[in-house]
Design a protein around this ligand. Structure first.
Ligand code: FES
Ligand code: CO
Length: 337
């Protein structure tokens, strides 16, 4: 379990991690019966799947001499350290030390493990020091399970703190500036009638955004000027944002887990669902459109200073279009206090 003393060793001010929550950290299909390294909040873990399909999460540095378990292998559901071959079973206890000829395996030969779950195509890791009874459940996204949707997934790297990246996902007013070449309309930058909705894990806002005429493949589906597009965006604590775009020809939804590798590095793991062009042939176009948006955001988000969002709500300024970011900061503040 992660705790304040661990965070102090890692050089992280405890304040910067929202504790006792489930973080979406990896795509389900990225974890197999081979060990996978996961870096989160400067900490290294190893993930692997046992023969019954369950995911295990363990510290990566072997308790014997610190070799990386992620470079080892799996033998009958045990992870085997590549240095001296110690075997750890899924609960973290060591069950085999090959060099021992007589005597018992020391009780302290045990790796720390973290609670892990799998849902909605992601693996979720519980980071905190709460007892299991206090562990809140995962967010509920029933729409993700609708079977008529075509989905694709991908990753995007940022040299930025995950909270700056997450807040960029909640920001409507940048579209006419940063995304003028994609969907933002630079002639109509006003954001009117932002409707905020609060729910158990976070909040969302809905607006009607002025858009530019569709480009590329989407031209096949609609012609001419576009009416304002209903757009809903929101967050689920601690590290998910979502975007729902109600296009004249269908709905596009993007769920993104912003994984905090360290305080200055984030990997966004996104899943994009669409109700139109549901054939595989349109996947590349959908992928490219998503990456193009992230690439437009990247230089701006990486330029933000300070790199970490301020703790004090009075440090930066807020206008009505920032209402959703403000809601995020208030909830975060509440959880940190
Ligand atoms: Fe892992 Fe020795 S360092 S078994
Ligand atoms: Co953007």
């Amino acid at each position: 379990m992660i705790c304040h003393s661990y965070l102090a060793i890692a050089g992280i001010k405890p304040n910067y991690m929202l504790k006792n929550l489930w973080y979406a950290v990896e795509f389900s299909d990225a974890v197999t019966t081979h060990p996978t390294l996961l870096k989160i909040f400067d900490r290294e873990l190893v993930l692997y799947r046992t023969s019954d399909g369950h995911i295990q999460a363990m510290a990566n540095a072997c308790v014997h001499r610190g070799a990386a378990l992620a470079n080892g292998w799996i033998d009958r559901d045990c992870i085997v350290c590549p240095y001296h071959g110690w075997h750890y079973q899924p609960d973290g206890s060591c069950v085999k030390i090959p060099s021992i000829t007589t005597g018992n395996i020391p009780k302290s030969a045990r790796m720390t493990t973290d609670p892990v779950q799998e849902k909605y195509g992601w693996i979720w890791l519980f980071l905190g020091d709460g007892s299991p009874g206090e562990i809140p459940s995962l967010p509920n996204f029933p729409q993700v399970e609708a079977s008529n949707l075509r989905s694709i997934q991908g990753e995007f790297d940022w040299n930025a703190n995950y909270e700056r990246v997450l807040e960029n996902g909640l920001d409507f007013a940048h579209a006419p500036f940063v995304h003028a070449g994609a969907f933002g309309n630079p002639d109509l930058p006003q954001i009117a009638d932002l409707e905020i909705e609060n729910f158990a894990e976070g909040a969302s806002a809905t607006v009607h955004l002025a858009a530019t005429p569709p480009q590329g493949l989407w031209k096949l589906l609609v012609r001419g000027e576009r009416a304002p597009i209903k757009t809903r965006t929101g967050f689920c604590l601690p590290n998910i944002t979502f975007l729902e775009v109600y296009l004249p020809f269908g709905q596009l939804t993007i769920w993104t887990a912003h994984v905090p590798i360290d305080l200055h590095t984030t990997v966004s793991k996104w899943i994009n669902f669409r109700t139109f062009f549901t054939g595989k042939w349109a996947d590349k176009d959908a992928y490219n459109r998503t990456i193009k948006i992230f690439e437009q955001d990247k230089p701006i988000v990486e330029s933000q200073r300070p790199q970490l969002i301020p703790d004090d709500l009075k440090t930066e300024l807020y206008v009505p279009a920032d209402a959703l970011q403000l809601q995020y900061r208030k909830l975060r503040q509440y959880l940190l206090s």
